[in-house]
Design a protein around this ligand. Structure first.
Ligand code: NAD
Ligand code: WQD
Length: 343
């Protein structure tokens, strides 16, 4: 079977994608510098799948190390590039770190791929490229205009998309699939892998599960005076396992479909927007655990409302995110209980 290189494969989305790839019979080599993940994730993946992915602890920005990986595994037919720094607030504090890591890794990876005639890449982009879409562009589809990024992190995603398009223009054998994720949440149903945020979580669901576990006193809801039905912000929360499956579909299309465009872009979301307050209620209904919360002021830079038009991914990739939200939220709570040893 074909081998896929997964950069950032011990991270949150990369580990779930590795599981789905291996369960579909692919061989996987992970490269990760463990800057935001733990080597134990490999054990979790192996326990779920019944075999271990190959692993190399290297930095994607290091040409020599990456080149050696491609030499060691000449059967690599495609790459899924997750490796990146992703904390929006940190990127505002340390922009150069984000430009070096997120731009440098992609450029190095594309150079090494060209060297080894590996011509398929799936890239992790983000709905952040759309900023706040106009009302007539909600739900947001792939034709909506890209807006000026609100953070260096968001800017690295925009620049990376441009780098991929420029390289594809120059090198007609390169095929790229750019996946724009909405808000990934939840954990594998086994609770053997999941999200491991560093320090105080900035994202909503890890904050909710840590509050449920008693690690945080209360959740602060950032604003209830937005122009939405209940006044809180709206997002498209997508189950990480559904998201992982979309990557397998993207790889299959790149390997098997001759009629595709050289660079294809897909929104990966459910098509449903949920407000912060709705998510809290759904979490309580799914788990029976009450979440203490208070309403505070708006968070700077927050988008009021955005959710995906996922029709293109539904029809072209033959993929749909359809796990019910309560099942997703229950998986997140099962994972939090697992890592905190809560019965
Ligand atoms: P994550 O931090 O859990 O995973 C990223 C992994 O990449 C980590 O294991 C980290 O150690 C590794 N890494 C970072 N820089 C590296 C480098 N130079 N060399 C090797 N390894 C490196 O993040 P995630 O949530 O799994 O996100 C994966 C990708 O999806 C990222 O590109 C992220 O920007 C993108 N994305 C994430 C979200 C989200 O909300 N989680 C939304 C949209 C897009
Ligand atoms: C969701 C909603 C908050 C925490 C970020 C990145 C984006 C993308 C996904 C990678 C918002 C509210 C949150 C809290 C709250 N990542 N909230 N209290 O803002 O959609 O996007 O992650 O590409 O680039 O910016 O996700 O989970 O931070 O927030 O009320 O303690 O929850 O205001 O409305 P966001 P999030």
């Amino acid at each position: 079977m074909a081998r896929i290189l997964v950069t950032g494969g011990t991270g949150y989305i990369g580990s779930h994608t590795t599981v789905e790839l291996m369960q579909q019979g692919y061989d996987v080599t992970i490269v990760d510098n463990l800057s935001n993940s733990s080597i134990d994730v490999i054990d979790g993946i192996a326990a779920i799948v019944g075999r271990r992915p190959e692993f190399a602890n290297i930095d994607c920005g290091n040409f020599v190390d990456l080149d050696n990986v491609f030499k060691t595994y000449p059967d690599i037919v495609g790459v899924i590039h997750f490796a990146a720094s992703k904390a929006v607030g940190e990127s505002v504090e340390k922009p150069l770190l984000y430009y070096r890591n997120n731009i440098g890794s992609l450029v190095t990876l594309l150079e090494v791929m060209a060297e080894h005639d590996v011509s398929n890449i799936v890239f992790s982009s983000s709905c952040t490229v759309y900023g706040q879409p106009d009302a007539n562009h909600l739900p947001v589809d792939e034709t909506a205009p890209i807006q000026k990024a609100l953070s260096p992190y968001g800017n690295t995603k925009q620049i990376n998309e441009e780098i991929i398009c420029d390289q594809a223009h120059a090198n007609k054998s390169l095929h790229a699939t750019i996946l724009r994720y909405f808000n990934p949440i939840g954990a594998h149903p086994s609770a053997l892998i999941g999200e491991l945020p560093n320090g105080v979580p900035q994202n909503l669901l890890p904050f909710i599960t840590q509050t449920a576990a008693g690690l945080r006193q209360e959740l602060k809801v950032f604003g209830n005076d937005y122009n939405t039905p209940d006044g809180s912000c709206i997002r498209d929360y997508i189950y990480v396992v559904d998201l992982a499956k979309a990557h397998v579909k993207a790889v299959e299309r790149m390997l098997n479909c001759n009629e595709r465009e050289q660079v294809e872009i897909f929104n990966l979301g459910t098509g449903n927007g949920l407000s912060v307050l709705t998510l809290i209620n759904e979490f309580e209904a799914a788990t029976g655990v009450k979440i203490p919360y208070s309403i505070v002021g708006r968070r700077e830079g927050d988008i009021e409302q955005v959710w995906a038009e996922p029709k293109k991914a539904n029809t072209v990739l033959g993929w749909k995110a359809d796990t019910p939200i309560r099942e997703v939220l229950a998986s997140a709570w099962k994972w939090e209980k697992h890592i905190r040893n809560i019965k």
